[in-house]
Design a protein around this ligand. Sequence first.
Ligand SMILES: [Zn+2]
Ligand SMILES: [Zn+2]
Length: 464
Amino acid sequence: MFAGVDVTGVDDLVASPSARIATQMAQDAQRSENRCAAAKVIAAGRLHAIRFAAISAGDDGMGPQFGNIADKGATVEVATALGVSTSKATTIIGLSILLDDLPDLRAAFLHGDMDFYRVNMIATTIAGHEPLVRKQLEAEAIRLDADTAMSHRQLRDRLEEMCIELDPEQAARDRRDFAEQQDFRVKPDRHGHSAITGCVPAQDGVEIDGRIAALVATLCPGDSRRIGQKRAAAHLALIRGETTLSCWCGADDCPGASGAPSTELVPAPTLVVVHADASTLIGHGGEMTPWIDGHGAIDPALALSLSADAPWRMLYDDILTAQSSTSAAGARRGPLQPAGTVGCIRDGHRQTSGHTPAPGPPPGALAYTPSRSLRNWITDHDQHCRFPYCNQPPGACEIDHQIPFDHTNPTAGGWTIRINLALLCVLHHHVKTVGLWHAHMHPDRSITWTHRDTVAELTTHPVR
Ligand SMILES: [Zn+2]
Ligand SMILES: [Zn+2]
């Protein structure tokens, strides 16, 4: 039973009108569940080790000829003891072994701070590194889990970025090794459907996603299919080599009604946008970890190889110029753009498109709609909805003025500037607008969210 939780009180709780008691009980149960999961993982690992040794030694009556399947035999025993599949048992045993080298994570798990999936994600992400690097990653993972309201995906992305920062050569080797996992499979699904799964290089995945989105964007608003249905149709069209998508709006005057090619329907060019600093692009290793929009951090060697590939568009963020123009790192880069400049390199030719921020309210601060460059900046830095534990991508988000824009007197506050704008998905934008949660953005663009009634506080941070 759940240690530390009085389950006999559940029936009373159902009759209780207290949200506070319900919240407390749910949180206590979650912590107890986590502790039980930790105990299960560690006990299962111990059982595996004992049976592995026994089968290997041949003193269990199976004979030494089974020594070569000691691991399999011990895993099957764990699986049958827990009543789970062999693959599930393998995951549980694997986590137990990884935790032997991660004592602080193991302690946090046993304390009930994290659930199985979070601990397993952290352990598998940071395993395999040198002990000193692993120690740093372990400490940061525990700190991030305790101090920030990150979703699993956000936490994993941050840890993978740290892995690249701390050991870029290892990250490049891991990427090359992981290429063996690439796959594309179509399996039967329910109700006359098939399920598609795959694993492709990051830049290819972003390109596929971008091409599907671009084709879907050619459909008119009258097409009432769900977004997933439109994406499935676009995927098939791309597989067939088609460049247009039939619109299902039913209107005679819709240019896409017949699926015929039309200049109005040509999908926007799909670009994989890679961010990297100057020294990475000239092969000297950068101070900024490169990343791909819609994916996350990549190792510098991959950024460099992509920059040499003509079709890619590189966004060049020289965020280092201001603080290092007199340093050795700055000197070796040669002539650079002014601080704050954002340029893009396409087919090897750089085009400047940025500006140097001026003191005081920047241009556009008093206009309600953010400029395209400001929107891009917010998207690049937030990467997802900024509400706690929400992972909605920019395409599903709106740019919210944290302090509402004052239409009658724009100078009075709520400016359209970086430290007053954040991505919020529709649901969480609404939750904020109706006042269920109050948001306070700090100068570093972290946001403290406070619940209206319980005064619970959670903090989220931008990705960049
Ligand atoms: Zn239409
Ligand atoms: Zn959200």
